[in-house]
Each structure stands twice: as structure tokens, then as C-alpha cells.
Ligand binder design. Structure first.
Ligand code: ZN
Length: 131
């Protein structure tokens, strides 16, 4: 009797974690597992600086490839180009275009992003934060 109740509870939790909250579960996984790694652009909306729950879609603007969750986000970036598409390398402070930047997680388990102009500054950033 008690055992079947425990089994049922475990089942319920499993269903919630892997079915009902599937997206959130995978999102929490990515927030942690991708720390220190390069994040694919398709998980980012380039009108902002946070990791997205769902994949975004590719758009081309002035021969550069960007990713957005909607047409509105795309329009927002086009209208506020220098403010949203241009970012500073987290280590060197160089101004870079998000289309060319390497994207990383600012902190483990958090959705905020940071950008790097190359592998070198990216590695330096995560190396510094280990201490
Ligand atoms: Zn968006």
C-alpha cells in the first residue's frame, strides 16, 4: 500500500519534470551545462541578452545572421541597432557585433548572456571566474 503510493508519487514527479515542464527542465539543464561553453545563436533572441526557453529563428540583416523570437524583436533591433546589436566584449571591452560574437552564460544557472570577440577572451572570462 505505502509502496504503491511512493511509486505513484515518483511517477507523478517524473511526468511533471519530463513531460509537463519538459521545456523548463531542458532550460534549467542548459543554463547550467552550457556555462563556460559557446552558446548557439538559435537559443538567443538578439534584441536582448538572455537565453531563451525555445529556439529562435534566423534572420539576415546587412549580410549578418541574427536570431530572433519574433518579427517584433527583429524590428526592435533594426531600429535600435547600436544599442542592441553592438555589444562589448566582457573582457577586452571591444565593441563587437552580436552576429560575430561568441555567446556565453554570464553565471552558472542564470539566463543572462555575455559576449566575446574570440575564444581567447572567452576562455579568460571563465578562467577568471573559477578563482
Ligand atoms: Zn525576442
Amino acid at each position: 500500500m505505502i509502496i504503491s503510493f511512493i511509486l505513484l508519487s515518483i511517477m507523478a514527479v517524473l511526468i511533471l519534470v519530463f513531460f509537463t515542464y519538459r521545456c523548463q527542465t531542458r532550460f534549467f539543464y542548459r543554463e547550467t551545462a552550457w556555462y563556460g561553453k559557446e552558446i548557439p545563436g538559435e537559443w538567443v533572441c538578439m534584441d536582448g541578452d538572455i537565453l531563451k526557453l525555445h529556439k529562435t529563428s534566423k534572420s539576415t540583416y546587412k549580410n549578418n545572421v541574427y536570431y530572433f523570437c519574433s518579427e517584433e524583436c527583429y524590428n526592435y533591433m533594426v531600429m535600435h541597432f547600436t544599442k542592441t546589436a553592438m555589444v562589448r566584449d566582457a573582457i577586452s571591452g571591444d565593441l563587437i557585433n552580436k552576429a560575430e560574437a561568441l555567446i556565453g552564460l554570464k553565471e552558472k544557472g542564470k539566463p543572462e548572456l555575455v559576449y566575446f570577440k574570440n575564444r581567447q577572451t572567452m576562455n579568460m572570462y571563465y578562467e577568471q571566474r573559477k578563482k
